[in-house]
Design a protein around this ligand. Sequence first.
Ligand SMILES: C[S@@+](CC[C@H](N)C(=O)[O-])C[C@H]1O[C@@H](n2cnc3c(N)ncnc32)[C@H](O)[C@@H]1O
Length: 368
Amino acid sequence: MASLTESLQNITMSGGGAYSLATRGAEDVINAATPIVLEALDSINIPENQDLFTFSDMGTADGGTSLKMVGNLIHAIQEKNPGISFNIVYSDQPKNDFNGLVQTVLGLGHFPSYLETTENVYPLFSANSFYKQIIPDNTLDFGFSATAMHWLSGKPCELSNHVHMVGADGEEYLRFSEHGKKDWETILLHRAHELRKGGQLVLLNFCRDEKGKYLGNTTGVNMFSNFVKIWQDFLGQGRSSEDEYKRMTLPQYYNTVEEFSAPLKNFDSPVYQAGLRLKHIETRITPCPFAEAFKDHQDAQRFAEEYIPTIRSWNESIFFGALDQNRALEDKEKILKDYYHSYQDQVLVSPETHRMDYVHAFTVIEKI
Ligand SMILES: C[S@@+](CC[C@H](N)C(=O)[O-])C[C@H]1O[C@@H](n2cnc3c(N)ncnc32)[C@H](O)[C@@H]1O
C-alpha cells in the first residue's frame, strides 16, 4: 500500500497546458479577483527608487490561468514606477508539469504571455511547496495563490464513507480539521517570513461558505457525493476493491471563513505575532462556465464533453494513485475511463442538474 506521504505525490493537474484549457472557471476566479489584487497593490508604498518588485504565484499549475492578472499587475506598477524590474516567482510541488509551465509563461504554449508586452520582467520557477519557505526573508512584495491551498501537506486518515472531508464525520472529520488548521498556520508563517513590511498577500482559496456551499455543491447534484456514488457502484460490481475505495480519499480541506480568519485575528497565534493581519475576507461563487454556456447552446453532448475534463483535470491523479499498484497500467486506465464515462452519461441524462460552481474565500492579508 502507498504510504500517506507518497499518496500526496499524486497531486498533479493535467499537463502540457491542458490544465488551463480545461479549467476556464479557475481563470474566471482569478480575473474576478483582479480588482482586489490591484487594490491591495495600491496600498503598498513603492518608493520611486525601488529597483525590484517580487511577486509570487504559489500553486500555479501551468501558469495559464494567472497570465492576464500578472500582466495587469505589472502594467499597473510600471505606470507609476517605469524603471522597476520584476521577479515573478512561479512555484508548485515537484511533480507539477514544469515544462508546461515554462512554455506557458514564455508564451510558447496555448496563450499569449505578458512577457510580449513588458520589459525588465524575470520569471523564476521554484519546485518548493507552499508548506516551505519559497523566497528569502523580507524580500516578497506581493504573494498570490489561487485554488491551491486546499491541498493538505498529507492525508490525516482515509475516510471510510466518502472521498472528501465535506462528507466526513466524527473522529475522521476531526482529524481532517486539525490537520487543516495546522497546515493553514504553516502556510501563513512561511509567508510572514517572506514578506517585507507592508507587503500583501491575496489568497483565493476554496472554502465552505456561510450557507454551507462549496465546490460543486451549490445547487442540483452534489459533485462530491456523486464521486462517492460512482465508486460505490464500481465496488458493488467488483470493479474496484474495498482498499482502493478507501484510498480514493482526497487530501484536501475546505476552511470556513472563521477558520481562515482565526490565526490572523487571535493575538496569541504565532501568525498574528509574526505580523500578519487580515485586511479583508469575503466569499464568492464563480459560476461553472460550462453549465452557463449550456443554458445558451442547450447541447447536452457538448456540455458533457466540456464538463467532465474540468473535473478530471484535478482529481484523476489521486484516483489513479489509489488503484492497486499490482494492476496493469491498461487496467487502471480502463477503470478511470469507465469511471468518467459513467459520470458523463449521468450528465447527458440530466444536464441541467450538473454544475461545478467555484466557491472561494478571497482573502487579503498584510504584513505590518
Ligand atoms: C487547481 S490547481 C490551481 C492552479 C492555478 N493556481 C489556478 O488557480 O488555476 C492547484 C495547484 O496546486 C498545486 N499544489 C498542491 N499542493 C501544493 C503544495 N504543497 N505546494 C505548491 N503547490 C501545490 C498543484 O500541484 C496544482 O498545480
